[in-house]
Design a protein around this ligand. Structure first.
Ligand SMILES: *Cc1c(COP(=O)(O)O)cnc(C)c1O
Length: 371
């Protein structure tokens, strides 16, 4: 037992089995020439069916997927796009690539996602789109957000990078807005190493994205190497798509594993007062990408992370308010965002973590609070 007790607990790492090995091996051996898109087509199809979206375009990252979605709806200089203040910067950076302005809105205290009541007050004649982010697997208030978008004629781009498998009123996260984006970075619930997916509602928009994704080349125009406009190069490779296709065979298992890990944490942390974890509101299913603890009092976050590190456990700080980064103007009126990030941490949740390891993490949190 001795050595095992102190074995390293990483915060994430993918689960790869012989299924994925088989497809990736096949892609490397045979997926070239006229078969160089086969796994991309298979991956997109499997993903689209799973999410219940109309069209799916695989990309080299979620950042690229967001960039293309914003570009396809002609976001440009002078436009404003509404984003939650708490998210990973990848939800925000693509807005700035197009010269537009991100407008940072506060989050709700319970879901840690966009506060719909605050959105409406921030809408101006320049507002083009809203990017709700389903943080850590938690669900945004999609009915309210869609109603606001409809009333003001705004596009909704769901950033579901952290929420594959989450559901809102029976619909999968990422299938509800005009667009949905996903990430397959190595830390996410399913992975292709690096990679992403863009879910698109209508076919005209899909065509626009296909031209954008192909350096502005339109497949309807028969001239070789002819470009109609400046586009992007955000393609996934066939080899990565083979890995993604393998992961999609196991997506239900991988999501269920995340839910299991969350329940283990919930059980191990019962009786600790003053903490909240990822909510699962009525009518939603949380895929719990990252089990997270929020403390209702000001904590010494560094001390907590030190205690975990001393016990060979990786933990992550909650995302900072993006408006706190030096490139943006602070928005201290986002009081929930500016308080929560200091008093919360993400717990390790790689798929193969076991219940004893979860207990080890919980014991550290107890030790920290009883100090
Ligand atoms: C991971 C992540 C992204 C970016 O994904 P990449 O594939 O790394 O570009 C975007 N938004 C959120 C909320 C994320 O967590």
């Amino acid at each position: 037992m001795g050595g095992k007790v102190n074995s390293r607990i990483c915060y994430t790492k993918p689960s790869i089995t012989s299924i994925e090995h088989m497809y990736v091996d096949d892609a490397i051996r045979t997926g070239w020439g006229d078969k160089c898109y086969d796994y991309i087509i298979k991956f997109e199809k499997a993903f689209k069916v799973y999410i219940g979206g109309n069209f799916a375009k695989a990309t080299s990252s979620c950042t690229g997927a967001l960039h293309m979605a914003l570009s396809a709806i002609d976001v440009g200089p002078d436009d404003e796009v509404i984003v939650p203040d708490i998210t990973w910067i990848a939800s925000v950076a693509p807005i700035t690539y197009l010269g537009a302005k991100p407008v940072f809105i506060d989050i709700l205290e319970d879901t840690w996602c966009l506060d719909p009541a605050k959105i409406e007050a921030a809408i101006t004649s320049k507002t083009k789109a809203i990017i709700p982010v389903h943080l850590y697997g938690n669900l945004c208030e999609m009915d309210e957000i869609l109603a606001i978008a409809k009333k003001h004629n705004l596009i909704v781009i769901e950033d579901a990078a952290e929420a594959i498998g989450s559901e809102y009123k029976g619909k999968k996260a990422g299938s509800i807005g005009d667009f949905g984006t996903f990430s397959f970075h190595g830390t996410k619930t399913i992975t292709t190493g690096e990679g992403g997916m863009l879910i698109v509602k209508n076919e005209a928009m899909l065509k626009k994205i296909e031209v954008l994704a192909n350096h502005g080349r339109d497949s309807k125009i028969p001239k070789q190497f002819w470009c109609e406009k400046i586009g992007y190069k955000y393609n996934i490779s066939n080899m990565q798509a083979a890995l993604g296709f393998g992961q999609m065979q196991r997506v239900d298992e991988l999501v269920e594993k995340k839910r299991q890990i969350f329940y283990w944490y919930q059980a191990a942390l019962t009786g600790i007062n003053g903490t909240a974890m990822n909510p699962e509101k009525e009518g939603t299913k949380n895929s719990y990408w990252m089990p997270t603890v929020v403390f209702d009092q000001d904590i010494d976050q560094k001390k907590l992370i030190d205690i975990l590190q001393e016990n060979n456990i990786d933990a992550r700080v909650f995302f900072y308010p993006v408006s706190l980064f030096p490139m943006f103007d602070e928005r201290r009126e986002n009081t929930v965002s500016y308080k929560i990030y200091k008093n919360a941490i993400n717990l390790p949740s790689y798929h193969d973590i076991n219940q004893d390891e979860v207990k080890r993490v919980a014991d550290c949190i107890r030790k920290f609070l009883l100090r």
